[in-house]
Design a binder for this molecule. Structure first.
Ligand SMILES: [Zn+2]
Length: 472
């Protein structure tokens, strides 16, 4: 119903009587209304911030170019109904090669038109040529896209936003669409092409409320970008402020981004050739350290020997393996925080504090199991407590270490298990507790005692698998 109202001319409505047109753009809107290309809504509003669908865009451009499209008809697109109001204009525009569908043969009539699509549309409809010296902070790397943006900005149809961005993936609003179309049709309305390096705003920046008609459109947010850094291994960039918007790129930890206005928990940003919206939880003004820092926690120590069996102390085996593990990790450029590197007692909660204070990103606790003399095998514990990300990382780390250990020492695979051991449960880091083998089993205890280096190397490989999986 609303769709029809946009397009059905309402003779009684002109821009001066529409309540929500910014005065700055009254002449452009009046011009389009006079030509029956756009119209207001029956409630007396123009609704400048409403988004434009692709079928609405095709209809408006078709009317502007006086294409033969008023009558609905069959189109070449599988998703355009022959009796839909826009079908005639969609096919007419396609015949003139002004508008394209998607590679799969669809047109996406109800999808919102992006600003980049509008640039293509205006460029082909009005046969504009690309200007050489136009560039935006978020200029797409695709050369056709860059050409279309250079063409519309070089012709004075638009010059993007005050902060030197074009926001190609943003959906276009009715007001933006109307202004660009009016300027394309009538050169009197065109603006002086301004280089983005000395930006002068001509793009209305989405006022959140209807403007008083005596006021001009105010930019809604600061124009200067802020430098921030990505703090997570992989961060999706989206076409709008929410996870329902399509992914337009991705960033990795440490990437520098320039952020502009916020929408809820999302922010529009540019980073190199990538631009779009990212969630604000994963950026920080401080550059994150790219160095991997792992906490290695040899179980027990000092007056606490841990399990004792076959003449061996758990506290000595865990420390022996841990010291070799530290060397392997250090040699690979991974920073290691030892919760202890000598035979001393450390309380469980202090082990977590040591790791946290040293900036560790991951926590691995080493232990030996004990039961009857016949029990044998390797098992690795994690917990599902804490955030979903921590739980997922802990589980992956457990799987990687378990697999490498079982392969290396040929022990029975008792699997990854969940248990709320204090050092991994009350711990904000992805963490695991490895029971390397049974100290109560003579063969297994002796094997690990005599192969501390090999055991350490297997755990080291598991940790490397984990960092690779994380994308670090
Ligand atoms: Zn233990």
């Amino acid at each position: 119903m609303l769709v029809c109202l946009i397009l059905v001319p309402n003779q009684s409505v002109s821009a001066s009587t529409l309540s929500d047109i910014p005065q700055t753009y009254e002449k452009e809107i009046n011009y389009l209304i006079g030509k029956n290309i756009v119209t207001g809504y029956a409630d007396g509003e123009f609704k400048p911030n409403q988004l434009v669908t692709r079928q609405e865009a095709a209809t408006m451009i078709g009317k502007a170019l006086k294409l033969d499209g008023a009558k609905p008809r069959q189109t070449v697109f599988s998703d355009v109904k022959p009796d839909s109001y826009a079908s005639g204009y969609i096919q007419a525009a396609n015949d003139k090669k002004i508008i394209n569908g998607y590679a799969d043969g669809t047109f996406g009539p109800t999808k919102n038109m992006t600003r980049l699509e509008m640039a293509y549309l205006i460029t082909s409809a009005f046969k504009l040529n690309a200007s050489n010296d136009v560039s935006f902070k978020d200029m797409p790397s695709n050369s056709n896209a860059a050409k279309a943006i250079s063409a519309v900005t070089g012709a004075g149809v638009t010059n993007g936003y005050e902060n030197g961005t074009f926001r190609p993936n943003n959906s276009i609003t009715r007001l933006e669409f109307a202004i660009m179309l009016a300027r394309a049709l009538n050169p009197d309305y065109r603006i002086e092409p301004v280089k983005p390096s000395e930006p002068k705003p001509t793009e209305p920046t989405q006022p959140s409320e209807p403007e008083d008609s005596n006021e001009t459109v105010k930019p809604s947010e600061p124009s200067e970008g802020t430098t921030m850094y990505v703090t997570t291994a992989s961060l999706n960039v989206r076409s709008g402020p929410g996870t329902s918007y399509s992914k337009v790129g991705s960033l990795t930890k440490g990437n520098e981004v320039t952020t502009y206005e916020k929408t809820g928990d999302w922010v529009y940003m540019t980073s190199g050739k990538v631009s779009g919206y990212i969630h604000t939880s994963y950026i920080s003004s401080q550059k994150p350290s790219l160095t991997k820092v792992i906490a290695i926690d040899p179980g027990h120590g000092g007056h606490d020997p841990g399990a004792v069996g076959n003449g061996l102390y758990e506290k000595n085996l865990t420390l022996g393996v841990a010291l070799h593990l530290r060397d392997y990790l250090n040699n690979a450029g991974i920073k290691v925080v030892m919760t202890r590197s000598t035979d001393k007692f450390i309380a469980l909660e202090d082990r977590v504090t040591i790791a946290e204070n040293a900036g560790a990103d991951t926590f691995v606790s080493l232990h030996m199991n004990a039961a009857s003399s016949s029990a044998s095998g390797t098992e690795t514990y994690y917990t599902t407590s804490g955030t979903a990300t921590r739980a997922e990382s802990s589980k992956a780390l457990a799987e990687f270490i378990q697999e490498r250990l079982v392969d290396a020492i040929g022990s029975k695979d008792r699997g990854e298990k969940t248990a709320n051991y204090k050092v991994i449960y009350k711990n904000p880091l992805p963490s695991v507790l490895v029971e390397m083998g049974f100290i109560s089993n003579k063969e297994e205890a002796n094997y690990i005692n005599n192969h501390q280096k090999e055991t350490a190397y297997a755990i080291y490989l598991g940790i490397q698998d984990y960092y690779k999986w994380q994308g670090k």
